[in-house]
Design a binder for this molecule. Structure first.
Ligand SMILES: [Zn+2]
Length: 388
């Protein structure tokens, strides 16, 4: 790969820049020769943060601080595309076209209202760019991911979008990375992540690819449609919505893709399933409420999912045998609370069925569901304790 350094003034870089809110694509600089937002680039993020980052770019120039090197890639017909610097150039272009203000002596100024010498200082600031004049697509894309864009760190999916850029990624981003998509708010009830950081797209790809996103993107890179991706995502979401009546915040970010694969072809009694969910959600002995969905989908078999705070049959049997043996030897009741109470039942031996297991130190106060923290109480005493 061959690169060469070049200097451009801010004025040159912003020549031909026209900001469009609707579509960040097609942004140009250098009089049309520079493509500021190529297909594989991220959405414009600086403007999200109350323009603070944009303003910081202009303040840096005003104070003569370095803005950092830009990286361009030369393509056909003398055109170049921005590999790194998109956000900085866009901030400059937006400022020079009066899209935001900076503060000067306590007053806001748009570019066109600044004093002439300040406008000239900004326009004449020179910024260095490295231009890749020769390189394979793979080399250039690798360079792009390594450069790692000023400030905000690129995440896994942004890197994949760069590596496999093409018609598939472009179309996928239009649906899954588009804040204006009316479905986004509904998706985010179940899917965690930021739309403009490609995290919803990442989940959609994970679900359709059964976790093998890279291979899937490589295989579909040049597809001119995203039907399979879109349909699968919609199927999963529709299945969740159709299965569970109530929406709770702990449903967001569950492994829905896997749950769908495992359970979507099962038939459930819809009313019974949702009643079971409500019943379990109201049960404060359950440690893991977010696992309730997986638990009911699996037919309420895998108790360990719930981290239920109750003693199992084996534990209860051990506790019962131990207490009863001891009580019989001492001639007292096998319910310690009946002994303390000292009334009619003080020497009564209760049967196993007449007793319940109790946490000596309450589960709600961190008492474990273990033998050393367990005891059997007669039903009445256990209920009394539970109501305290
Ligand atoms: Zn008792």
């Amino acid at each position: 790969m061959k690169t060469k350094p070049e200097f451009y003034t801010v004025k040159q870089l912003c020549e031909g820049f026209i900001w469009s809110k609707e579509d960040h694509k097609g942004l140009n600089g250098l009089g049309g020769k520079l493509i500021i937002q190529p297909e594989y680039q991220r959405n414009f993020l600086y403007a999200n943060n109350d323009s603070k980052l944009e303003i910081a770019v202009i303040e840096s120039i005003r104070n003569g601080y370095p803005l950092g090197v830009l990286y361009f890639n030369q393509i056909e017909n003398g055109m170049m595309e921005v590999l790194d610097g998109q956000q900085r150039i866009t901030s400059l272009g937006r400022f020079l076209s009066d899209k935001f203000s900076i503060m000067l002596d306590g007053r806001p100024y748009k570019f066109s209202t600044l004093p002439k010498e300040l406008r000239e200082q900004i326009e004449n600031t020179r910024i260095m760019a490295y231009i890749c004049t020769e390189g394979t697509e793979y080399e250039v894309m690798k360079w792009f991911t390594i450069i790692n864009m000023g400030g905000i760190k690129i995440n896994d999916q942004e890197e994949r979008n760069a590596s496999y850029f093409g018609p598939f990624v472009t179309k996928a981003k239009q649906v899954f990375s588009n804040k204006k998509n009316a479905n986004v708010a509904m998706w985010q009830k179940y899917v965690k992540g930021a739309v403009d950081r490609q995290e919803i797209l990442e989940r959609a790809l994970e679900w359709v690819s059964h976790g093998d996103i890279d291979n899937y993107m490589q295989e579909h890179r040049y597809d001119d449609n995203i039907d399979e991706l879109k349909d699968h995502f919609d199927d999963v979401i529709d299945w969740i919505k159709g299965t569970f009546d109530d929406v709770h915040s702990d449903m967001c970010g569950l492994k829905w893709g896997k749950l769908y694969e495992q359970y979507h072809s099962n038939n459930y009694d819809h009313v019974a399933l949702n009643n079971k969910v409500r019943e379990l959600r109201a049960d404060d002995r359950i440690g893991q409420h977010r696992n309730i969905y997986e638990y009911v989908l699996g037919g309420c078999q895998n108790d360990s999912l719930l981290e239920v705070r109750v003693f199992d049959k084996t534990q209860k049997t051990i506790l019962y045998e131990r207490q009863t043996q001891e009580a019989k030897e001492k001639g007292i009741s096998n319910c310690p609370d009946c002994v303390i109470e000292g009334k009619a039942n003080k020497d009564k031996i209760w049967s196993f069925k007449e007793m319940e297991a109790d946490h000596i130190k309450a589960w709600s106060k961190g008492g474990p569901t273990k033998l050393e923290n367990g005891q059997m109480l007669c039903t009445r005493h256990n209920r009394l304790k539970g109501n305290k």
